[in-house]
Design a protein around this ligand. Structure first.
Ligand code: NAG
Ligand code: NAG
Length: 417
Protein backbone atom coordinates (compact mmCIF):
# COMPACT_ATOMS: atom_id res chain seq x y z
CA UNK A 1 0.00 0.00 0.00
CA UNK A 2 2.72 2.41 0.99
CA UNK A 3 4.73 1.53 -2.13
CA UNK A 4 1.66 1.98 -4.27
CA UNK A 5 1.08 5.41 -2.76
CA UNK A 6 4.65 6.41 -3.41
CA UNK A 7 4.40 5.29 -7.02
CA UNK A 8 1.12 7.14 -7.40
CA UNK A 9 2.59 10.33 -6.02
CA UNK A 10 5.59 10.07 -8.33
CA UNK A 11 3.30 9.50 -11.30
CA UNK A 12 1.12 12.43 -10.22
CA UNK A 13 4.07 14.77 -9.97
CA UNK A 14 5.61 13.54 -13.20
CA UNK A 15 2.42 14.04 -15.18
CA UNK A 16 1.89 17.50 -13.73
CA UNK A 17 5.42 18.51 -14.45
CA UNK A 18 5.54 17.41 -18.02
CA UNK A 19 2.00 17.74 -19.24
CA UNK A 20 1.72 20.00 -22.25
CA UNK A 21 -1.99 19.37 -22.43
CA UNK A 22 -4.48 22.10 -21.93
CA UNK A 23 -4.47 23.20 -18.33
CA UNK A 24 -8.15 24.07 -18.35
CA UNK A 25 -8.80 21.65 -15.52
CA UNK A 26 -6.68 23.83 -13.23
CA UNK A 27 -8.26 27.14 -14.25
CA UNK A 28 -10.76 28.39 -11.69
CA UNK A 29 -11.35 31.84 -13.19
CA UNK A 30 -10.36 33.40 -16.51
CA UNK A 31 -10.49 37.07 -17.51
CA UNK A 32 -9.88 38.72 -20.86
CA UNK A 33 -10.82 42.08 -19.34
CA UNK A 34 -11.60 42.85 -15.72
CA UNK A 35 -15.05 44.11 -14.82
CA UNK A 36 -16.88 44.80 -11.58
CA UNK A 37 -20.27 44.35 -9.93
CA UNK A 38 -21.50 47.89 -10.54
CA UNK A 39 -24.56 48.99 -8.55
CA UNK A 40 -26.30 49.89 -11.83
CA UNK A 41 -25.49 49.83 -15.56
CA UNK A 42 -25.54 53.61 -15.63
CA UNK A 43 -22.98 53.77 -12.78
CA UNK A 44 -20.65 51.76 -15.02
CA UNK A 45 -21.29 53.99 -18.04
CA UNK A 46 -20.74 57.12 -15.93
CA UNK A 47 -17.45 55.69 -14.63
CA UNK A 48 -16.27 55.03 -18.20
CA UNK A 49 -17.36 58.52 -19.28
CA UNK A 50 -15.56 60.34 -16.46
CA UNK A 51 -12.42 58.17 -16.59
CA UNK A 52 -12.78 56.51 -13.21
CA UNK A 53 -12.99 53.21 -15.10
CA UNK A 54 -10.46 52.67 -17.88
CA UNK A 55 -10.86 48.96 -18.48
CA UNK A 56 -7.48 48.38 -20.14
CA UNK A 57 -5.72 49.78 -17.05
CA UNK A 58 -7.24 47.07 -14.85
CA UNK A 59 -5.32 43.85 -14.26
CA UNK A 60 -5.45 41.31 -11.45
CA UNK A 61 -2.18 40.90 -9.59
CA UNK A 62 -2.36 39.88 -5.92
CA UNK A 63 -4.60 37.04 -4.84
CA UNK A 64 -5.42 35.04 -1.74
CA UNK A 65 -8.08 32.60 -0.56
CA UNK A 66 -10.21 32.09 2.50
CA UNK A 67 -12.59 29.13 2.74
CA UNK A 68 -14.26 29.21 -0.69
CA UNK A 69 -13.65 32.88 -1.42
CA UNK A 70 -10.98 34.18 -3.78
CA UNK A 71 -9.75 37.71 -3.10
CA UNK A 72 -7.79 39.62 -5.72
CA UNK A 73 -6.12 43.00 -5.97
CA UNK A 74 -6.23 45.30 -8.96
CA UNK A 75 -3.24 47.58 -8.47
CA UNK A 76 -3.83 51.28 -9.03
CA UNK A 77 -0.61 51.40 -11.11
CA UNK A 78 -2.44 53.57 -13.62
CA UNK A 79 -5.55 55.75 -13.50
CA UNK A 80 -9.03 54.33 -14.04
CA UNK A 81 -9.07 51.49 -11.50
CA UNK A 82 -12.37 51.78 -9.62
CA UNK A 83 -11.68 49.13 -6.96
CA UNK A 84 -8.28 47.91 -5.76
CA UNK A 85 -9.39 45.06 -3.44
CA UNK A 86 -12.05 42.61 -4.56
CA UNK A 87 -13.67 39.24 -4.20
CA UNK A 88 -14.36 37.15 -7.30
CA UNK A 89 -18.03 36.36 -7.91
CA UNK A 90 -19.52 34.52 -10.88
CA UNK A 91 -22.47 36.18 -12.62
CA UNK A 92 -24.15 34.34 -15.50
CA UNK A 93 -21.06 32.18 -15.86
CA UNK A 94 -18.68 35.17 -16.02
CA UNK A 95 -16.12 35.92 -13.29
CA UNK A 96 -16.37 39.54 -12.14
CA UNK A 97 -14.95 41.51 -9.24
CA UNK A 98 -17.01 42.62 -6.28
CA UNK A 99 -15.27 45.43 -4.40
CA UNK A 100 -14.14 44.23 -0.99
CA UNK A 101 -15.19 44.91 1.70
CA UNK A 102 -17.45 47.31 -0.24
CA UNK A 103 -17.41 50.27 -2.65
CA UNK A 104 -17.00 52.70 0.25
CA UNK A 105 -13.53 51.33 0.97
CA UNK A 106 -12.39 52.10 -2.60
CA UNK A 107 -12.68 55.90 -2.49
CA UNK A 108 -9.62 57.59 -3.94
CA UNK A 109 -8.39 60.40 -1.67
CA UNK A 110 -10.19 59.15 1.44
CA UNK A 111 -7.30 58.12 3.68
CA UNK A 112 -9.41 55.76 5.73
CA UNK A 113 -10.30 53.91 2.52
CA UNK A 114 -7.97 51.82 0.33
CA UNK A 115 -5.87 53.64 -2.26
CA UNK A 116 -3.69 50.95 -3.82
CA UNK A 117 -3.46 47.46 -2.40
CA UNK A 118 -0.88 45.11 -3.90
CA UNK A 119 -1.20 42.15 -1.53
CA UNK A 120 -3.12 40.76 1.40
CA UNK A 121 -2.24 38.02 3.89
CA UNK A 122 -5.12 35.93 5.21
CA UNK A 123 -4.88 34.03 8.46
CA UNK A 124 -6.81 30.76 7.98
CA UNK A 125 -7.07 30.32 11.76
CA UNK A 126 -8.97 33.54 12.43
CA UNK A 127 -10.25 34.70 9.04
CA UNK A 128 -8.43 37.99 9.48
CA UNK A 129 -7.19 39.66 6.32
CA UNK A 130 -4.06 41.81 6.68
CA UNK A 131 -4.29 44.45 3.96
CA UNK A 132 -1.32 46.60 2.95
CA UNK A 133 -2.24 49.88 1.30
CA UNK A 134 0.40 52.00 -0.39
CA UNK A 135 -1.60 55.21 -0.17
CA UNK A 136 -0.24 56.15 -3.62
CA UNK A 137 -1.68 55.66 -7.08
CA UNK A 138 -0.49 55.88 -10.68
CA UNK A 139 3.07 54.72 -9.90
CA UNK A 140 3.46 53.03 -13.32
CA UNK A 141 1.65 55.61 -15.43
CA UNK A 142 2.00 54.97 -19.16
CA UNK A 143 0.53 58.31 -20.24
CA UNK A 144 2.86 60.75 -18.45
CA UNK A 145 0.36 61.62 -15.71
CA UNK A 146 2.08 62.04 -12.34
CA UNK A 147 2.04 59.65 -9.41
CA UNK A 148 -0.35 60.87 -6.73
CA UNK A 149 0.88 60.41 -3.16
CA UNK A 150 -2.51 60.73 -1.53
CA UNK A 151 -2.27 59.12 1.90
CA UNK A 152 0.26 57.60 4.28
CA UNK A 153 0.88 53.87 3.66
CA UNK A 154 -1.08 51.75 6.12
CA UNK A 155 -2.12 48.32 7.24
CA UNK A 156 -5.73 47.39 7.88
CA UNK A 157 -6.76 44.13 9.54
CA UNK A 158 -10.23 43.06 8.53
CA UNK A 159 -12.27 40.18 9.98
CA UNK A 160 -13.78 38.40 6.97
CA UNK A 161 -16.31 36.31 8.97
CA UNK A 162 -17.60 39.19 11.09
CA UNK A 163 -17.23 41.71 8.25
CA UNK A 164 -15.60 44.32 10.45
CA UNK A 165 -12.38 46.26 10.69
CA UNK A 166 -10.14 45.11 13.55
CA UNK A 167 -7.11 47.36 13.21
CA UNK A 168 -5.89 50.42 11.34
CA UNK A 169 -2.24 51.45 11.45
CA UNK A 170 -0.53 54.20 9.47
CA UNK A 171 3.20 53.82 8.89
CA UNK A 172 5.35 56.80 9.83
CA UNK A 173 7.30 58.34 6.94
CA UNK A 174 10.52 57.16 8.61
CA UNK A 175 9.45 53.52 8.05
CA UNK A 176 7.43 53.72 4.82
CA UNK A 177 7.78 57.03 3.01
CA UNK A 178 4.48 58.24 1.55
CA UNK A 179 6.23 59.63 -1.54
CA UNK A 180 8.42 56.67 -2.38
CA UNK A 181 7.19 53.41 -0.93
CA UNK A 182 5.96 50.32 -2.81
CA UNK A 183 4.63 47.86 -0.24
CA UNK A 184 4.53 44.76 -2.37
CA UNK A 185 4.07 41.53 -0.43
CA UNK A 186 3.27 40.44 3.13
CA UNK A 187 3.56 37.42 5.45
CA UNK A 188 2.39 37.21 9.05
CA UNK A 189 4.05 35.57 12.03
CA UNK A 190 2.46 33.99 15.07
CA UNK A 191 4.07 34.70 18.39
CA UNK A 192 2.71 33.61 21.77
CA UNK A 193 -0.35 31.98 20.16
CA UNK A 194 -1.39 35.10 18.21
CA UNK A 195 -0.63 36.59 14.82
CA UNK A 196 1.64 39.41 15.91
CA UNK A 197 4.17 40.50 13.27
CA UNK A 198 3.73 41.40 9.61
CA UNK A 199 6.79 41.38 7.34
CA UNK A 200 6.29 43.51 4.26
CA UNK A 201 8.59 44.01 1.29
CA UNK A 202 9.15 47.61 0.18
CA UNK A 203 10.21 47.07 -3.38
CA UNK A 204 11.24 50.63 -4.30
CA UNK A 205 12.99 51.48 -1.03
CA UNK A 206 14.72 48.08 -0.72
CA UNK A 207 13.41 47.53 2.77
CA UNK A 208 11.87 44.85 4.90
CA UNK A 209 9.15 46.67 6.85
CA UNK A 210 8.04 45.07 10.12
CA UNK A 211 4.75 45.78 11.85
CA UNK A 212 4.32 44.67 15.47
CA UNK A 213 0.60 44.50 16.08
CA UNK A 214 0.92 43.93 19.82
CA UNK A 215 2.94 47.11 20.32
CA UNK A 216 1.27 48.99 17.46
CA UNK A 217 4.70 49.96 16.22
CA UNK A 218 6.79 49.45 13.10
CA UNK A 219 10.42 49.50 12.01
CA UNK A 220 12.41 48.48 8.95
CA UNK A 221 15.60 46.74 7.90
CA UNK A 222 17.61 47.32 4.79
CA UNK A 223 20.45 45.36 3.25
CA UNK A 224 22.10 45.21 -0.21
CA UNK A 225 20.24 41.93 -0.88
CA UNK A 226 17.04 44.02 -0.82
CA UNK A 227 18.16 46.89 -3.05
CA UNK A 228 16.68 47.23 -6.54
CA UNK A 229 18.66 45.72 -9.43
CA UNK A 230 17.96 45.94 -13.15
CA UNK A 231 17.58 42.91 -15.38
CA UNK A 232 15.81 41.90 -18.57
CA UNK A 233 13.18 39.22 -18.35
CA UNK A 234 12.33 37.33 -21.53
CA UNK A 235 8.96 35.62 -21.71
CA UNK A 236 7.72 33.95 -24.89
CA UNK A 237 9.78 36.13 -27.26
CA UNK A 238 9.08 39.41 -25.51
CA UNK A 239 11.45 41.06 -23.08
CA UNK A 240 10.95 43.64 -20.41
CA UNK A 241 13.52 45.52 -18.37
CA UNK A 242 12.68 45.27 -14.67
CA UNK A 243 14.20 47.37 -11.88
CA UNK A 244 13.08 45.59 -8.76
CA UNK A 245 14.04 45.37 -5.10
CA UNK A 246 12.93 42.92 -2.42
CA UNK A 247 9.62 41.57 -3.69
CA UNK A 248 8.48 37.99 -3.02
CA UNK A 249 8.50 36.85 0.62
CA UNK A 250 7.74 33.60 2.42
CA UNK A 251 7.73 32.63 6.08
CA UNK A 252 8.56 29.13 7.32
CA UNK A 253 5.77 27.24 9.07
CA UNK A 254 7.85 27.05 12.28
CA UNK A 255 7.79 30.88 12.12
CA UNK A 256 11.58 31.03 12.36
CA UNK A 257 12.79 32.12 8.91
CA UNK A 258 11.86 34.67 6.31
CA UNK A 259 12.82 33.97 2.70
CA UNK A 260 12.88 36.75 0.12
CA UNK A 261 14.02 37.59 -3.38
CA UNK A 262 13.71 39.99 -6.28
CA UNK A 263 11.82 39.60 -9.54
CA UNK A 264 14.86 40.95 -11.40
CA UNK A 265 17.34 38.72 -9.57
CA UNK A 266 17.88 35.00 -9.09
CA UNK A 267 19.25 35.01 -5.54
CA UNK A 268 17.08 33.75 -2.72
CA UNK A 269 17.86 34.89 0.83
CA UNK A 270 16.98 33.86 4.34
CA UNK A 271 16.90 35.86 7.56
CA UNK A 272 15.71 34.72 11.03
CA UNK A 273 12.50 36.30 12.40
CA UNK A 274 14.19 36.31 15.80
CA UNK A 275 16.52 38.98 14.41
CA UNK A 276 14.19 41.15 12.33
CA UNK A 277 11.08 41.10 14.53
CA UNK A 278 12.76 43.61 16.85
CA UNK A 279 14.44 46.82 15.70
CA UNK A 280 18.07 47.76 16.03
CA UNK A 281 19.96 44.60 15.07
CA UNK A 282 22.93 44.46 12.71
CA UNK A 283 21.52 42.50 9.81
CA UNK A 284 24.78 41.81 7.99
CA UNK A 285 25.77 38.72 9.93
CA UNK A 286 22.27 37.22 9.67
CA UNK A 287 21.27 37.53 6.01
CA UNK A 288 22.14 34.30 4.22
CA UNK A 289 21.91 33.53 0.52
CA UNK A 290 20.39 30.05 0.19
CA UNK A 291 20.85 29.68 -3.56
CA UNK A 292 19.78 30.78 -7.02
CA UNK A 293 16.30 30.33 -8.43
CA UNK A 294 16.27 28.70 -11.88
CA UNK A 295 14.36 31.67 -13.34
CA UNK A 296 12.97 35.09 -12.48
CA UNK A 297 10.18 34.77 -9.93
CA UNK A 298 7.68 37.23 -8.51
CA UNK A 299 5.62 35.93 -5.55
CA UNK A 300 6.53 33.01 -3.26
CA UNK A 301 4.72 30.91 -0.71
CA UNK A 302 5.82 28.46 1.97
CA UNK A 303 4.12 25.09 2.34
CA UNK A 304 3.47 23.44 5.68
CA UNK A 305 5.65 20.52 4.54
CA UNK A 306 8.71 22.82 4.36
CA UNK A 307 8.73 23.69 0.70
CA UNK A 308 8.66 26.97 -1.19
CA UNK A 309 6.68 27.53 -4.38
CA UNK A 310 7.59 30.30 -6.82
CA UNK A 311 7.12 31.11 -10.48
CA UNK A 312 9.60 30.70 -13.31
CA UNK A 313 8.71 33.59 -15.61
CA UNK A 314 10.89 32.76 -18.60
CA UNK A 315 10.10 29.05 -18.28
CA UNK A 316 6.28 29.29 -18.07
CA UNK A 317 6.50 27.26 -14.89
CA UNK A 318 5.93 27.04 -11.18
CA UNK A 319 8.84 25.62 -9.23
CA UNK A 320 8.97 23.96 -5.84
CA UNK A 321 12.02 23.93 -3.60
CA UNK A 322 11.82 20.87 -1.36
CA UNK A 323 13.62 22.34 1.65
CA UNK A 324 13.05 19.35 3.90
CA UNK A 325 14.59 16.99 1.34
CA UNK A 326 17.65 19.21 1.00
CA UNK A 327 17.91 19.52 4.77
CA UNK A 328 17.96 15.72 5.10
CA UNK A 329 20.28 15.19 2.13
CA UNK A 330 22.71 17.75 3.49
CA UNK A 331 22.30 16.40 7.02
CA UNK A 332 21.87 19.92 8.30
CA UNK A 333 19.45 22.39 9.87
CA UNK A 334 17.11 24.98 8.36
CA UNK A 335 19.48 27.81 9.17
CA UNK A 336 22.18 26.23 6.98
CA UNK A 337 20.33 24.33 4.26
CA UNK A 338 21.18 25.23 0.68
CA UNK A 339 18.78 25.24 -2.24
CA UNK A 340 19.55 22.26 -4.49
CA UNK A 341 16.32 20.36 -5.12
CA UNK A 342 14.11 22.63 -7.21
CA UNK A 343 11.42 20.61 -8.97
CA UNK A 344 9.13 21.73 -11.74
CA UNK A 345 5.72 21.71 -10.12
CA UNK A 346 3.82 22.61 -13.28
CA UNK A 347 4.88 23.88 -16.69
CA UNK A 348 2.70 24.89 -19.60
CA UNK A 349 3.53 27.61 -22.13
CA UNK A 350 -0.09 27.93 -23.23
CA UNK A 351 -1.48 28.95 -19.87
CA UNK A 352 1.36 29.80 -17.51
CA UNK A 353 2.37 33.18 -18.74
CA UNK A 354 3.82 35.24 -15.87
CA UNK A 355 3.05 33.78 -12.45
CA UNK A 356 2.34 36.63 -10.07
CA UNK A 357 1.08 35.61 -6.60
CA UNK A 358 0.87 32.14 -5.02
CA UNK A 359 -0.92 30.88 -1.91
CA UNK A 360 -1.87 27.50 -0.45
CA UNK A 361 -5.35 26.82 0.89
CA UNK A 362 -6.40 24.52 3.74
CA UNK A 363 -7.46 21.78 1.29
CA UNK A 364 -3.90 21.30 0.01
CA UNK A 365 -4.23 23.23 -3.22
CA UNK A 366 -1.78 25.75 -4.59
CA UNK A 367 -3.59 28.80 -5.99
CA UNK A 368 -1.83 31.31 -8.17
CA UNK A 369 -2.55 34.25 -10.44
CA UNK A 370 -1.14 34.30 -13.97
CA UNK A 371 -1.46 37.66 -15.68
CA UNK A 372 0.87 38.26 -18.67
CA UNK A 373 2.17 41.16 -16.61
CA UNK A 374 5.03 41.85 -19.01
CA UNK A 375 2.49 42.44 -21.78
CA UNK A 376 0.42 44.71 -19.57
CA UNK A 377 3.45 46.81 -18.67
CA UNK A 378 4.79 46.83 -22.25
CA UNK A 379 1.40 47.82 -23.65
CA UNK A 380 1.15 44.71 -25.85
CA UNK A 381 -1.75 43.04 -24.05
CA UNK A 382 -4.59 41.92 -26.32
CA UNK A 383 -7.88 42.82 -24.67
CA UNK A 384 -9.97 41.62 -27.63
CA UNK A 385 -9.97 37.96 -26.59
CA UNK A 386 -8.31 36.82 -29.82
CA UNK A 387 -5.17 35.80 -27.92
CA UNK A 388 -7.11 34.08 -25.14
CA UNK A 389 -7.62 35.23 -21.58
CA UNK A 390 -5.13 37.63 -19.97
CA UNK A 391 -5.61 36.62 -16.35
CA UNK A 392 -6.04 33.13 -14.97
CA UNK A 393 -6.67 32.13 -11.39
CA UNK A 394 -5.33 28.60 -11.14
CA UNK A 395 -5.79 25.92 -8.49
CA UNK A 396 -3.51 22.87 -8.54
CA UNK A 397 -3.37 20.04 -5.98
CA UNK A 398 -0.14 20.37 -4.02
CA UNK A 399 -0.43 17.97 -1.10
CA UNK A 400 0.29 20.60 1.54
CA UNK A 401 -1.40 23.51 3.28
CA UNK A 402 -0.43 27.08 4.17
CA UNK A 403 2.49 28.02 6.41
CA UNK A 404 -0.05 29.35 8.92
CA UNK A 405 -1.99 26.08 9.24
CA UNK A 406 -2.93 24.95 12.71
CA UNK A 407 -1.23 27.75 14.62
CA UNK A 408 -4.14 27.89 17.04
CA UNK A 409 -3.62 24.26 18.02
CA UNK A 410 0.12 24.69 18.36
CA UNK A 411 0.18 27.21 21.19
CA UNK A 412 2.60 25.00 23.03
CA UNK A 413 5.01 25.32 20.09
CA UNK A 414 8.32 26.76 21.20
CA UNK A 415 8.96 30.07 19.48
CA UNK A 416 12.15 31.56 20.77
CA UNK A 417 11.61 35.08 19.50
C1 NAG B 1 6.25 64.29 0.04
O1 NAG B 1 6.19 65.18 -1.07
C2 NAG B 1 5.57 66.41 -0.77
C3 NAG B 1 5.43 67.19 -2.08
O2 NAG B 1 6.67 67.27 -2.72
C4 NAG B 1 6.38 67.16 0.28
O3 NAG B 1 5.74 68.37 0.62
C5 NAG B 1 6.49 66.27 1.53
O4 NAG B 1 7.33 66.90 2.49
C6 NAG B 1 7.06 64.91 1.17
N1 NAG B 1 7.01 64.06 2.34
C7 NAG B 1 8.02 63.25 2.67
C8 NAG B 1 7.86 62.49 3.92
O5 NAG B 1 9.01 63.09 1.99
C1 NAG C 1 18.07 44.73 -21.86
O1 NAG C 1 18.06 44.50 -23.24
C2 NAG C 1 18.25 45.70 -24.02
C3 NAG C 1 18.09 45.34 -25.48
O2 NAG C 1 18.78 44.19 -25.82
C4 NAG C 1 19.60 46.29 -23.70
O3 NAG C 1 19.76 47.51 -24.40
C5 NAG C 1 19.71 46.54 -22.20
O4 NAG C 1 21.02 46.98 -21.88
C6 NAG C 1 19.41 45.28 -21.42
N1 NAG C 1 19.43 45.58 -20.01
C7 NAG C 1 20.02 44.81 -19.12
C8 NAG C 1 19.94 45.25 -17.70
O5 NAG C 1 20.62 43.78 -19.40
Amino acid sequence: MLILLIILSIVARFSLAYSQRSCNRFVEHAFTVVDYTWPTDSAREDAIMDGTFIQTNNIISGMNIYKDSVFVTVPRWRLGVPSTLNKIVVKDGVSVLQPYPNWGYQTIGDCHALQYVQSVAIDPNTGWMWIIDNGRINIFAADGTPTRNLCPPKIIIYDIDKDEEIDFYEFPDSVANRNRTFLNDIVIQYHGGKARYAYITDDFEGRLVVYDRKKSMSHFYSHPSMFPVIDNITISNEWIEVNDGINGIALSSDMKYIYYGRLSGFDLYQVPTKVVSKPGKDLHSFVRKVGDKPAHADGMTYGFDDSIYFGGQGDNAVYRWDIEKDRQDQDTTFDLVEMNTVETFIVNPSCINFVDTLNLDQKKNLWFSVNKLHKFLLGTMDFSGTSGPNVLIMKVPAGTTSYLSGRRKRKQYKEDC
